[in-house]
Design a protein around this ligand. Structure first.
Ligand SMILES: [Cu+2]
Length: 383
C-alpha cells in the first residue's frame, strides 16, 4: 500500500499513520506536539501486530493490541511533556518490537480534565492493585521456596493460585515493558530460544516436563524447539529463575507502591475490556499454561480483575446508561457460569479436558461481553 502523503508535522488534529509489516514499522511523522496524539495503525503484514508508545524507564504510555492482518487499530495517547519517546510495532506480538523514536515538542501541558469520579475510582482501583501485588509477593515467596527445596509436588499445587494475583492486575502489570515479559513471557516470546526464557512459565515447564507426544502446531501444543530446550533444564538453572521471579514480582510491587506511581486513565477505562480480550485473543486456545493446563485459573482471574474495574466504574455507567450496566452484569454472570462448570475442588479441571466445542462456547460468551465493555471508555469519560 502507499502511505498517505502525510509528511507534515502532526498538529494537534492530524493523526500519525503507522504502517506495520512483518519487518518494518513506519510512522508518517516522527514528531508531534504535546497534547493528544492519535496513531492510526495499519497492519500490512501477515502476523497479528501491536503498537506501543513508551515514556521514561520503558513504561508503556499506551498500546493497541491484537491488530490482525489487513486491519487498522487506533491509539490515542496523552503526552504532556516534550521530549523523546519510543514507539514500537510488535509483529507476531513477540520480543521488544521494532522500535523507533518520536520527538515531541511544544509547551508542557497539564493532563486534560478527567471527571473527578473517574479519578476517585482509579485511586480505589490502585488500592486493589497494591493489595493484589502484596498477595503476589507472598504467594510467590511460598511457591519459590517449594521449588528451591525440591518439593515439586507442593510447587505444582501452588502454581495456578500464585498466578491469579498477577492475572487480576494485568492492565497495570503490562504497563511495565521490562518486568511484564520477565515475569509472564511464554516460550513463543523467546523467538525460538534466541531470548532467555524466564518467569512463571519457565518454571512451569520444569514442573510439568513436556513430552514428545505434545509436539505440534496448535496454540496449546509444544514446539520442537521448546521441547529440545526443556531437556537442557536442571534444578540448579530453574532455581536461579525462581529466585529471579521473586525479585521481579517484588520490584513490580515496589514500583506500584510508590506514591508517585501513575497509571494512565485511558488504560484504566479500557482495562475491563482489555482483561476480557486477553482471554479471548491469547488464552482460550490453551496457549498460556500449555505445560500445566491450569489455564482456567488464569481465565477466572482475568474476569475477577475486569469485574473489579467495572465495580469501580459502575456508578458512572449506571448514571449514564443503566440498561448497559444491566447487560454487563448479565454477561459477566454468563461468563462466570461458563467457567464455573469446570471447577473441581479448590481449583479447576485440567484445560486439556475441555473440548474444542466447549472452548468455543466459552469464547463466544467472552466475545459478547467484550463487545459490550467496548462502550465503557467513551461513556465514562463523556466523549
Ligand atoms: Cu498472562
Amino acid at each position: 500500500m502507499v502511505l498517505s502523503a502525510c509528511t507534515a508535522k502532526s498538529s494537534g488534529t492530524g493523526d500519525i499513520a503507522v504502517t506495520s509489516t512483518d519487518s518494518a514499522c513506519e510512522l508518517s511523522s516522527s514528531s508531534a506536539s504535546t497534547g493528544t496524539v492519535t496513531f492510526a495503525v495499519a497492519n500490512n503484514g501477515s502476523k497479528v501486530t501491536e503498537f506501543y508508545v513508551f515514556g521514561k524507564h520503558n513504561r508503556v504510555l499506551g498500546e493497541v493490541e491484537n491488530i490482525g492482518p489487513g486491519v487498522t487499530g487506533k491509539l490515542v495517547v496523552e503526552i504532556t511533556e516534550p521530549g523523546t519517546y519510543e514507539t514500537a510495532c510488535k509483529p507476531g506480538m513477540v520480543g521488544n518490537g521494532i522500535r523507533g523514536t518520536l520527538e515531541v515538542t511544544g509547551e508542557q501541558k497539564s493532563k486534560s480534565d478527567v471527571p473527578a469520579d473517574v479519578e476517585q475510582a482509579k485511586a480505589r482501583y490502585l488500592d486493589y492493585v497494591r493489595g493484589q501485588l502484596d498477595g503476589l509477593v507472598a504467594q510467590t515467596t511460598t511457591f519459590v521456596a517449594a521449588v528451591k527445596s525440591g518439593d515439586l509436588a507442593a510447587a505444582r499445587a501452588q502454581f495456578g493460585l500464585t498466578r491469579t494475583f498477577y492475572e487480576r492486575v494485568e492492565p497495570v502489570a503490562e504497563s511495565f515493558a521490562d518486568l511484564d515479559p520477565a515475569i509472564d513471557m511464554r516460550w513463543d516470546d523467546t523467538e525460538d530460544g534466541k531470548q532467555p526464557f524466564t518467569g512463571f512459565h519457565r518454571i512451569e515447564r520444569f514442573l510439568w516436563p513436556p513430552q514428545q507426544s505434545q509436539v505440534g502446531e496448535d496454540g496449546d501444543d509444544i514446539s520442537q524447539a521448546d521441547l529440545d530446550n526443556a531437556k537442557t533444564d536442571t534444578a540448579a538453572l530453574v532455581n536461579v529463575e525462581a529466585e529471579a521471579l521473586l525479585g521481579n514480582v517484588t520490584a513490580l510491587r515496589d514500583e506500584v507502591r510508590k506514591s508517585d506511581f501513575a497509571f494512565e486513565t485511558q488504560s484504566f477505562v479500557k482495562g475491563p475490556q482489555a482483561l476480557v480480550d486477553e482471554i479471548a485473543a491469547t488464552k482460550v486456545g490453551g496457549e498460556e499454561d500449555r505445560y500445566s493446563r491450569t489455564d482456567l485459573w488464569d481465565f477466572a482471574a482475568n474476569i475477577d480483575g475486569s469485574e473489579t474495574l467495572i465495580a469501580e466504574l459502575q456508578p458512572m455507567i449506571t448514571a449514564k446508561n443503566a440498561p448497559l450496566m444491566d447487560k454487563i452484569t448479565g454477561q459477566f454472570q454468563a461468563v462466570r457460569d461458563a467457567i464455573g462448570k469446570y471447577r473441581q475442588g479448590d481449583g479447576y479441571v485440567s484445560y486439556d479436558t475441555v473440548t474444542a466445542a466447549q472452548r468455543k462456547e466459552l469464547s463466544d460468551k467472552i466475545d459478547a461481553l467484550s463487545a459490550t465493555l467496548s462502550q465503557v471508555p467513551d461513556l465514562v469519560l463523556g466523549q
